[in-house]
Design a protein around this ligand. Sequence first.
Ligand code: ZN
Length: 417
Amino acid sequence: MTCPQSTAHSFGLGGMPAQFNSSGFLQGEALSGLVPTNFTFEMHKIFGRDKFSDDDVDYGKLELSLRMASALLMAAIPIFHTILVVGPKDTNKMTDDGKPIYQFPDPVEVLSADEVYTTWRRLDQMASGISFYIAGTEEHDIAWCVRLLANDGSLGPDLKGSGSTINIGKGLYDSVVKSFDDETDIINQQASAFNLATTLIHELTHAAINASTPYFHSICSVQYYLGESACTTEVGFETEAWLYGGVIPCLAIGGVEEYYNRDTGKWSHLNHLLTATEYPCPTRTALYANHPIKLYVRRGMKPTEIIWNVSFLHIHQLFQDELWTDFFPHYGRKVLRFAKATGFRFLVRSGKNELTPVLWDTDGVIDLPGHYVDKTGMIRKQGDQVAEEEEKKGAGGLMFRVGKLKDSALARVFGKG
Ligand SMILES: [Zn+2]
């Protein structure tokens, strides 16, 4: 069997500066040797059919996402341990606008067998108060978590809080269901399922806080930090950043279809670039500024949003059973980490969602250890070529030998019709 391989091609976008378009940041991929989806990770009962109340939900098409969410739940056990088992402490500090700040202990890297067992039991108890709904309109490609009104004691004596309803935006749900329209489109199916699975873990960490903390805390808007290392009170993003290595997957660049499957000879219907945002992220903070659930930040904020390239191969390998049976037990969450090999800076987006790249400035210095900015504005790893980085990734114990990325200096612009 041939190993999955990727060759990157760069392209440009109308309305973007030529320098940005020729930087190579906009990278599509031609993929080959992809493994047909056969992901059998056992689904956690929190995602069972009985948790989805809508009769017409196409549960069969959510299964891949829910299996991935179950795997991520397992990877995030240290987070659920600190939230559901250890609990927060009052820091006796206040936010600038007078809300009490509580803090959970930092999630530990390795839990004892007893701690894992206790955490699974608490997750089971939490599950009894969770239900999922498909909500909103076709434009809703996000999800949101609503705390149930009062604690009726139904979560049992160990959990002081209340249950939650997790709403999956119709647009987000549709993207997963429609990804199966073309049965051969592994790329769209796995990328969409990964997106939903990550979103569900994000929402479940909010639900865990709702389950573990007293209801009156939500009324007086206590703010929680997920450990001393957490930079913001958005516990969902903190969880994503903990899992994926300081970045969160994002769909910042939509409306492009740039993934080609050489095995089927077809372009994928996936219609956004796979990217990840450095976290904490000033754009996220700005977007939440006028939101009722404000996001509080400590220890400063980067002046620009940094978005990293992500290879589909990274997502593809997360859908291999062996990654979870053979590699995850050995390497832990390291196997989930995004490469952060090439990236770009963008002005903080507030209100309008358009991306404005920050082009090269004279010093090439960036406040990210081990990285520099090249003459086009692209962020690269110090002393490395892109291809070298990819080879290191292969040698680091991950499953796939990743194909060398082509020199992307010559931009290739695909006609969008
Ligand atoms: Zn959130």
